[in-house]
Design a protein around this ligand. Structure first.
Ligand code: HEC
Ligand code: HEC
Length: 398
């Protein structure tokens, strides 16, 4: 062995060995990473972390669903159906009308097929009749939608896309365990919004459900930059919002919550995070913006608009270096920050912004044009109507 290398310069041998070693290592590493991401995808889509203790034992949602939530009602509160989970016979039945979308039994059948995005049902068949015994929710409920390829609300999953049709407040308000006053609060939130701090501080001031894509390389998560990695917030949501079994504590909020007796969350956080970091922001559809105006708009973004002073770098955010005082937000209201751990706002990353109107944490800007108008007014930028339009076209191109 040694003989065969004689005559080659030592550095060449060392380099060759290094390449071989790293090459092998990279392959293993890549395969491991791919497996971790796949595992995270299953968790993101299907894992409830045992939150049935909340959605079933406490809120009794399984009763309401079995009694009153037919698929048409489910679709009307923004629930989505994964067409790829439907067997051919069910697809045919829905198409020819032999499967009724007006019957709660169909919802239970869809849950049995694991076809309702973000809702996980445990269905038992007794004497040929399906009974929904337990129900829980997963991350996909709020952070996935479908492409409507089969029918409105029924199609292929789009993970990481915020479900802005979903009305979580209206869904929780269906619970027989919630009193009338509390129902009114939940019903006031509206679609595409959720208040992930309401059950902590009692305040009702919901925020828009954000996308969970385009976050690679950003070490400051949530609207207010509460954690320095996604896993921080995933633990918060899994325990404090979804009601899963595990613990979350945050001294800055004087908050410490433990649900159940086991930890069904911690071991899943690395895979869950890897999956989310793998989700890329979607590119704008061809023809969805005016390319020439976008080129001019880029100059406004970097010049007269001063946008780049905060929306900097590849992800269009300075989140890795600083957060901002609430007064830096151009949203209609800034009080959400005061309820967070940091009391500040993070500059929102802008990749894929075309996809998820309305904008700002409170959804106060209906369009990207409205975003630019808000900044033009609040920061007294003095942009001309042409500059406003061009800048909005640029934002649509990201
Ligand atoms: C009931 C709806 C709902 C569910 C279920 C939910 N989220 Fe969220 N998620 C939200 C809302 C609302 C926010 C915005 C809160 C904030 O940033 O202050 C958010 C924020 C996030 C963010 C921050 C995005 C960013 O730009 O930094 C990530 C990541 C995220 N959620 C992932 C998850 C994961 C993973 C799960 C499952 C463990 C989950 N969410 C479950 C509603 C939900
Ligand atoms: C001083 C820092 C700063 C400057 C300058 C700034 N932004 Fe922002 N931007 C932020 C912060 C912070 C947020 C989050 C505000 C919120 O949601 O309340 C934000 C949010 C946004 C959003 C909303 C994204 C979403 O997903 O909801 C858009 C779009 C945006 N900015 C575009 C711009 C444009 C265009 C300019 C230039 C005219 C600009 N920003 C200038 C800090 C800044």
């Amino acid at each position: 062995m040694i003989d065969s290398r004689r005559g080659l310069p030592a550095a060449t041998i060392a380099a060759a060995l290094l390449v071989a070693a790293c090459g092998g290592g990279d392959d293993d590493g890549a395969a491991e990473q791919a497996a971790l991401i796949e595992q995270g995808k299953q968790i993101f889509r299907h894992d409830t972390f045992g939150d049935e203790r909340f959605w079933t034992d406490q809120l009794r949602m399984h009763e309401v669903i079995s009694a009153a939530v037919d698929p048409t009602t489910a679709l009307s509160v923004g629930l989505k159906v994964d067409a790829e989970a439907l067997p051919q016979a069910v697809v045919a039945g829905i198409t020819n009308g032999s499967i009724s979308l007006a019957s709660p039994a169909t919802t239970v059948a869809l849950l049995k097929l694991d076809a309702v995005v973000g809702l996980k049902g445990m269905v038992e068949t007794v004497n040929g009749v399906d009974r929904l015994r337990r129900v829980g929710i997963t991350c996909a409920l709020c952070h996935s939608t479908v492409d409507d390829s089969f029918a409105p609300g029924i199609g292929k999953r789009l993970d990481g896309w915020a479900n802005r049709d979903l009305n979580p407040g209206a869904i929780i308000a269906l619970s027989p365990a919630v009193d009338a006053t509390t129902k009114a609060v939940f019903n006031s939130w509206g679609k595409g919004k959720f208040d992930p701090r309401h059950n902590v501080d009692g305040i009702s001031n919901p925020v828009v459900i954000p996308p969970a894509y385009g976050l690679e390389g950003i070490h400051s998560v949530t609207i207010t930059g509460d954690g320095n990695e996604i896993a921080y917030w995933n633990r918060y949501v899994g325990v404090v919002e979804m009601g899963g079994e595990g613990s979350f504590s945050e001294p800055r909020l004087n908050l410490s919550v433990t649900n159940g007796t086991q930890d069904l969350i911690s071991s899943k956080l690395p895979a869950l995070q890897a999956y989310q970091l793998s989700l890329k922001a979607p590119a704008p559809p061809v023809g969805s913006f005016d390319a020439a105006a976008a080129v001019r708009g880029k100059l406004v973004f970097e010049g007269a608009g001063q946008c780049v002073t905060c929306h900097s770098g590849a992800s269009f955010t300075d989140a890795n270096t600083r957060l901002h005082p609430p007064s830096d937000s151009a949203a209609a209201e800034q009080s959400y920050a005061s309820r967070s751990a940091t009391k500040q706002f993070r500059t929102t990353p802008l990749k894929g912004a075309w996809q998820h109107a309305p904008y700002f944490h409170d959804g106060s800007a209906a369009t990207l044009d409205a975003v630019v108008e808000a900044y033009n007014y609040k920061r007294s930028l003095g942009l001309t109507p042409e500059q406003v339009t061009d800048l909005a076209q640029y934002l649509k191109s990201l």
